[in-house]
Each structure stands twice: as structure tokens, then as C-alpha cells.
Design a protein around this ligand. Structure first.
Ligand code: FES
Ligand code: FES
Length: 405
């Protein structure tokens, strides 16, 4: 145990904590401020967002002992904050909350947007909110509330808000200047990278949480994260191989995928995905190697989303195995990397779950197409409800606990 001294909502606090206690647990269990909510405890959902020296951080991946001498602001600490008063009123007017679980973190991020990005438009607000997940609202109300506050402040500038913006510039310096006026998302990316990468920040993460997934860690050293999934199709292996050798047919079964041009060795196309408020279309090329003898195919692809400038690479290897004369198992291994704003999802269980669901949908579509070859489904974006995925991951962890015992 260590005794730490810090300021929480303006009050000096001295408490003994273990080295491994994260700030979220410290605030809730030690300081008894339960307005900070914990969802994923992986730095993904944003429910635990608080201010550390005025900047939003994930309390669940910040050590309490690393906050020695620092100032924390939780949702209970905005009593006289003029920006938060405006946001609260706007959240009410625009119905920006239902169960309210995401709301403390959502408000902390919203306040940061108001201060950093006075001219943010809807797209920018959505990008900035990408690290805060809400299972109830569909985000429309939240985005509208933030845009309404920004518009009000542009119409009628407020001296107190202006003072907060200036103070934030002086205190947080480059963060504000770069994020609003520099090209691209330089500041946004740099900040997120520090928060997300456990090896690169003194403030982040409990190493135990990362050791809990040794395979992911090992695979990330191979420059990517690996996801394995499989499905079975009630058709003979020759029929399935012949179908899956036709890339246009394969693309028609993959939600959101479209092939634009194809040669025997290379394809160009795009794949659209939707993840909560984020929508991205990765456009790029892939090369293909097929081994008909072993019924293995490998696609190596790279693409970029023109909106968020996120880049993705992925090697998809699929292998067919006859389970019986009329049943085939398709094993799919994906090794991927994500860079840019969407990279915040890459090391979590969210993407793994996302890919597994995509593969399951793909399997169903392949079965359907083999059963009725004339059916060509429209290429809709692969869409997923992030909170549903979070619950599925949590449920899997709970099940693992019981299996381990
Ligand atoms: S609980 Fe901290 S990001 Fe989800
Ligand atoms: S209001 Fe329920 S999770 Fe956002």
C-alpha cells in the first residue's frame, strides 16, 4: 500500500491504496464517489472518463498511485461549471440519455469537445465521441445536444466559457491548438495512442489485465492481432471450395464487402462497417493465393477509410475441411492491424467479437447462396451494436471464471 495525496473535485485527499488499484476503483470504493461508472474496464467504453488535470482520461486504465499530486474532476465536481450546466440542460432538451450509465463519461468528453473544438461539425463530434459507447440512445440526442451548445456559444459567446477555453489552452497547450487547427487528427491520435498503449504510458493500465490475454499479446508482437473463427456449411467440400474460389460470390456473402475489379491474383474493392456511432469504408487492394490441393486460400489486403484516415491491413486465411460427405468446416484466421482513430478498438475484445460475428453471418450467407445460387444479397455495411458485444465479452469472462474453478 502507498499513501497518495491528490485533489478530487477541489478537495485535498490523502488515502492509502495498493499499487494496482485503478483510479475508477479508487474513486468509487475509497473516495465513495460512485458517479464514475465502470463498464468494460478495458479503456474501451468511456463510461469511466474523468478529468485529470483538466484532460479526459479513462479512470479504469489509470493507476491511482500515478495521480499523486494531480487534480481529478469527477461528475460530482461540476457543480459550478458553466459548460457542464449548458450540457446538462442540452442533454435534457435533446433526450441525450436513457439509463444514464454512459452519461458521466459522455458529459466529460462532451465538455472537452466544447472547450477544444468550438467549430466542430457533426462529423467531428461523432469522431470525438467514438471512445464513448452508449447502449440506449443511438447517439442522435447526444450529438444534437453537443452541437446545440456549440451553436449557442457561437451565437452568444460566453465570457466564462472563453476563460475556460483560454485556461485549457494555457494548461493543456498543444492539445487544443493542434486538435482544432492542425491538419488531420494529429493531436487526437497522439493522445489516444498514449492512453491506449499499455507499454507506452506511465499512467496507463494494470499489466495483469494484459497478461490475461497472452495470445493477443504475443500476436501483437507479430505486428497484428489474430482472430480465429469457423463455421460449418451443409454442403460437400468440393462444392464449397468451388464456390469460395469465386471472389465475387464470396464478396456477396460478406456483409459490407464489394469487389470493384479482379484479376486472378489481385482484387480491388471496399468493405463498409458500422460500429455504434462510427461508420467506416475501407478501400484498398488484396492479393490472393490459393492452394486447391489443401483447400486453403490466403487474402492479404490493405485499405484506408477516407473519412477517419484510419488504415487497416489484414491477412485472411481460410481452410476447408470435410466433416462428412455433405458437410464442410471452414476455419478462418484473420491477422489484422488498425492505425488511426479507429485503432482504439483494435486491442480490445470488441474487434475479435465483431469479426467472429461477421464470420458467422458470412457462413449463413454462404449456406444460403449454395442452397439458392440466384440469391444475391445487397452489400449492406457490417453493423454491430457495441454494447451488445460488450455484454457478450463480459458474459464470456464470467463463464471462463467458472470453468477455471
Ligand atoms: S470502464 Fe473505463 S473505458 Fe470502459
Ligand atoms: S444512456 Fe444508457 S448507456 Fe447511454
Amino acid at each position: 500500500m502507498k499513501t497518495i495525496t491528490l485533489t478530487v473535485n477541489g478537495n485535498n485527499i490523502q488515502k492509502a491504496v495498493s499499487d494496482r488499484t485503478h483510479l475508477g476503483d479508487f474513486l468509487r470504493d475509497v473516495v465513495q464517489l460512485t458517479g464514475t461508472h465502470l463498464g468494460c474496464e478495458h479503456g474501451v467504453c468511456g463510461a469511466c472518463t474523468v478529468l485529470l488535470d483538466g484532460e479526459p482520461v479513462r479512470a479504469c486504465i489509470t493507476y491511482a498511485v500515478a495521480c499523486e499530486g494531480r487534480a481529478i474532476t469527477t461528475i460530482e465536481g461540476y457543480e459550478s461549471d458553466t459548460v457542464m450546466s449548458r450540457l446538462r440542460a442540452a442533454f435534457n432538451v435533446h433526450h441525450a440519455l436513457q439509463c444514464g450509465y454512459c452519461t458521466p463519461g459522455m458529459l466529460a468528453t462532451a465538455r472537452d469537445i466544447i472547450l477544444r473544438l468550438p467549430n466542430a461539425d457533426e462529423q467531428r463530434v461523432r469522431i470525438e465521441l467514438a471512445g464513448n459507447l452508449c447502449r440506449c440512445t443511438g447517439y442522435m440526442g447526444i450529438v444534437s445536444a453537443i452541437l446545440a451548445v456549440l451553436q449557442d456559444l457561437r451565437d452568444q459567446p460566453d465570457a466564462q466559457v472563453q476563460a475556460l477555453r483560454l485556461a485549457a489552452v494555457k494548461g493543456g497547450a498543444q492539445r487544443i491548438a493542434a486538435s482544432e487547427f492542425a491538419q488531420g487528427f494529429t493531436s487526437f491520435e497522439a493522445k489516444r495512442r498514449v492512453e491506449q498503449n499499455p507499454e507506452s504510458s506511465a499512467l496507463t493500465s494494470d499489466p495483469a489485465k494484459f497478461q490475461a490475454s497472452p495470445s493477443t499479446r504475443q500476436e501483437s508482437q507479430q505486428k497484428g492481432t489474430k482472430v480465429h473463427a469457423s463455421f460449418e456449411v451443409p454442403f460437400g467440400v468440393e462444392d464449397v471450395w468451388s464456390f469460395m474460389s469465386d471472389l465475387n460470390a464470396v464478396a456477396s456473402c460478406l456483409p459490407g464487402a464489394q469487389i470493384e475489379s479482379e484479376t486472378p491474383e489481385q482484387v480491388a474493392g471496399k468493405i463498409s462497417i458500422k460500429f455504434g456511432p462510427m461508420a467506416a469504408t475501407f478501400k484498398g487492394n488484396a492479393t490472393i493465393d490459393r492452394d486447391p490441393a489443401q483447400r486453403i486460400a490466403v487474402l492479404k489486403g490493405a485499405g484506408q477509410d477516407s473519412v477517419s484516415q484510419s488504415r487497416a491491413t489484414g491477412d485472411v486465411r481460410y481452410q476447408l475441411e470435410a466433416v462428412s460427405a455433405s458437410s464442410t468446416r471452414v476455419a478462418v484466421d484473420l491477422l489484422y492491424t488498425l492505425q488511426g482513430p479507429l485503432a482504439q478498438f483494435s486491442r480490445s475484445g470488441l474487434v475479435q467479437e465483431f469479426v467472429k460475428r461477421m464470420v458467422a453471418d458470412f457462413g449463413k450467407n454462404v449456406t444460403q447462396r449454395l442452397a439458392s445460387p440466384q440469391t444475391i444479397a445487397p452489400p449492406q455495411a457490417a453493423s454491430i451494436n457495441p454494447v451488445g458485444v460488450l455484454f457478450s465479452i463480459l458474459w464470456q469472462k464470467i463463464k471462463n471464471l467458472f470453468v477455471a474453478r
